[in-house]
Design a binder for this molecule. Sequence first.
Ligand code: ZN
Length: 258
Amino acid sequence: MFTFRTTTIIFFILLLGLNLLSIAIQPVHFGFYLLLIWLYLSVSVLMSFFIRSGFHRKALCNLDTTRKVVALTFDDGPHPEITVKILDLLRNRATATFFCKGMNIEGNEPILRKMNLEGHLIGNHSWSHSDWFDFYPPRKMREELIHTDAKIGSVIGKKPLLFRPPYGVINPMLKKALSGLPYHVIGFSNRCWDTVAKDEKKVLGRVKKNLRPGDVILLHDTVENSVNILKDLLDHLDEEGYSVVPLDKLFNVEAYEK
Ligand SMILES: [Zn+2]
């Protein structure tokens, strides 16, 4: 499998090869060493952005199934207005998972309680979701996750086991931060780009076109777009005979610490 570990092994084998070549045949120009190091670093950085690759750490991104089931996930909330509209749309129709930013829970505790009471799952999406999160040292990342767990725990009385990395990036620092923590790392297989897309119809068209059994669909409960997309998406899933299930049912994992 193409992972950080196998890439590192290949890198060292090639490095050893260059050294042997230098000793046995003729000195290798240092440019080849630089090229090799550059390739290794580039692959490692680039693959951090592809959560489905499992390059640095495996994430649950979809279920391999032919059953018509999908999970809906909402990131970055709770938002005082948009999350409430989304909960209204979901009520008695579908249960979803909300990956919350710890800092957004402050002042929105009643919304979090409502989510929980209405059967939705709550996951950890870091405390700050800072633009610089992926450059933080592992210790600081870990503090953010623990802080968010504590906040969620203080509101709903349960500590989450579902974690989604901010920006869907898993780099070596996050891998280290997660080591020893009991999370199920959750990715996605069908994203709406609802935070940047202007044309809701186009966004929905793309989601429909890419829809597969076992998909984990990513939306954001921080943009008005998502409310309109969700309305049509729920109708489409009904028409196509899809059931919407929460992530713990889709992957058969625990959503909270016992
Ligand atoms: Zn996010």
